[in-house]
Design a binder for this molecule. Structure first.
Ligand code: PLP
Length: 457
């Protein structure tokens, strides 16, 4: 049989409220042409993010009832600690309310004004937390990872020559740790090969630099290794995941991704002195070390989610449904980042809408059109999100790329939902010359994409 089915049955459903184009026209206008301002009830298919949007299993919901809410020494903490230790092998496990809390604690204890932290590509919260500590965040992804149309099996790999050069130039004492993000979210959800994890680890360790994984999508990365890297075809996904972690000295994790939960995260590490300092900070801002900003029931759901996420049938369905969306868009002539990553498809709006100049935000315009046409919410990763203003002239400096990201929530949508998205994008593309650009009429000083208001040019 070739048909890949969703490897689950649906026990509890959430209705989607359907809207007409006329209604969406009004909703979009009211939202100031900013999809972040649209109430979720007015969205038909929500592809804004894969973070915290997973559907939990019956076993996870059962865990929610079993959760031990003791302030200290909760049974649920011990269960999750055991699962994380078995998976990662790290000696110390520190729960946090989400990934960025783990990042904030980690960089508060190890980074300072003079420090430099390399990564394949820093995710935006990671970069922000590093810069907040006064340190500098450096991206060293391979050159292939920066060319959207280029096909390469592991576009998330770090350029190890650049890593060695950086260590030589600045000296290992200025690099408190090196990071590697699996899969590389900021680079399009592209995987990192086992060989690259190993090479980066060897270089770091030869200079006594610890390697930390940003492990949010470790299971999706493990599946790509099984599919694409020689010698892993017959290996279990758990043993591949364990091998990835074995080359590292610690990790930050947002359980809102491959933890298959709606909130949660953790920090793992082997360094006892760093662990003690982390726990002291944890008590200050998150909570006692056996709950760290989470309820006991959340710890229970994460423990179960981390076991379920390595199920081969689940990952096969997961990676294939993203690839299926990508394949059909390519067949319809839609330019996307190739090959499809693990959690999202990225449409290249600069290529799609050449008649809209970057200062009129082509990717933002395409996001609005997708909502208007079919009630689908994607997100712009382009000049609204990453564009800058010239400090003297106030003129817009556009971002490098104009992308529309369609992130797929885990276990939430079925193939017919994806087929609906494919059909809608095809129809939008057939009339794309008619899409008009936008101008900003109101914007805040920081992170303007969340609250800015627009009008059509
Ligand atoms: C989501 C994410 C984070 C931050 O996690 P939050 O739970 O959103 O705070 C860090 N790194 C990567 C790669 C992510 O995708």
């Amino acid at each position: 049989m070739n048909t890949i089915i969703e490897p689950f049955k649906i026990k509890s459903v959430e209705p989607i409220s359907m809207t007409t184009r006329e209604q969406r026209d009004e909703i979009l206008r009211k939202a100031g042409y900013n999809p972040f301002n649209i109430p979720a009830r007015d969205i038909i298919i929500d592809l804004l993010t894969d973070s915290g949007t997973s559907a939990m299993s019956a076993a996870q919901w059962a865990g929610i009832l079993k959760g031990d809410e003791s302030y200290a020494g909760s049974e649920s903490f011990y269960r999750l600690e055991e699962v994380v230790r078995d998976l990662t092998g790290f000696s110390y496990f520190i729960p946090t309310h989400q990934g960025r809390a783990a990042e904030r604690i980690l960089f508060s204890i190890c980074a300072s004004q003079n420090s430099i932290i390399p990564n394949n590509s820093h995710f935006d919260t990671t970069r922000a937390n590093i810069e907040h500590s006064g340190a500098r965040a450096v991206d060293l992804v391979i050159d292939e990872g920066k060319i959207p149309s280029l096909i390469h099996p592991f576009k998330g790999n770090m350029n190890i020559n650049k890593l060695e050069k950086l260590i030589d130039e600045v000296g290992p004492e200025r690099i408190p740790l090196c990071m590697l993000t699996v899969t590389n979210n900021a680079g399009g959800g592209q995987p990192v090969s086992m060989k690259n994890v190993k090479d980066v680890s060897e270089i770091c360790h030869s200079h006594k630099i610890p390697l930390f994984l940003d492990a949010c999508r470790f299971a999706e990365n493990a599946y790509f290794i099984k599919l694409r890297e020689k010698g892993y075809k017959e290996r279990s996904l758990k043993s591949i995941a364990k091998e990835i972690f074995s080359y590292a000295d610690g990790c930050t994790m947002s359980a809102k991704k491959d933890g298959l939960v709606n909130i949660g995260g953790f920090l793992g590490m082997n360094n006892s002195e760093w662990a003690e300092r982390s726990r002291n900070l944890l008590i200050l801002t998150e909570g006692f070390p056996t709950y760290g900003g989470l309820a006991g029931r959340d710890l229970e759901a994460i423990a179960q989610g981390l076991c379920e996420v390595l199920d081969e049938d689940y990952l096969k369905y997961r990676i294939r449904s993203v690839e299926y969306l990508g394949e059909h868009l390519v067949n319809a002539g839609v330019p996307i980042i190739q090959p499809p990553g693990g959690h999202a498809i990225y449409i290249d709006a600069k290529v799609s809408l050449p008649h809209i100049p970057q200062h009129q935000f082509p990717a933002w315009a395409l996001v609005c059109q997708l909502y208007l046409h079919a009630g689908i919410r994607g997100v712009e990763i382009g000049s609204v999100m990453f564009g800058k203003k010239d400090p003297d002239s106030g003129e817009e400096i556009p971002a490098d790329m104009e992308l529309v990201r369609l992130a797929i929530p885990r276990r939430v949508y079925t193939q017919s939902h994806i087929d609906y998205v494919i059909e809608a994008i095809g129809e939008v593309f057939a009339l794309r010359e008619k899409i008009r650009g936008l101008r900003i009429v109101k914007e805040p000083p920081y992170l303007r994409h969340f609250t800015a208001r627009f009008e059509i040019v």
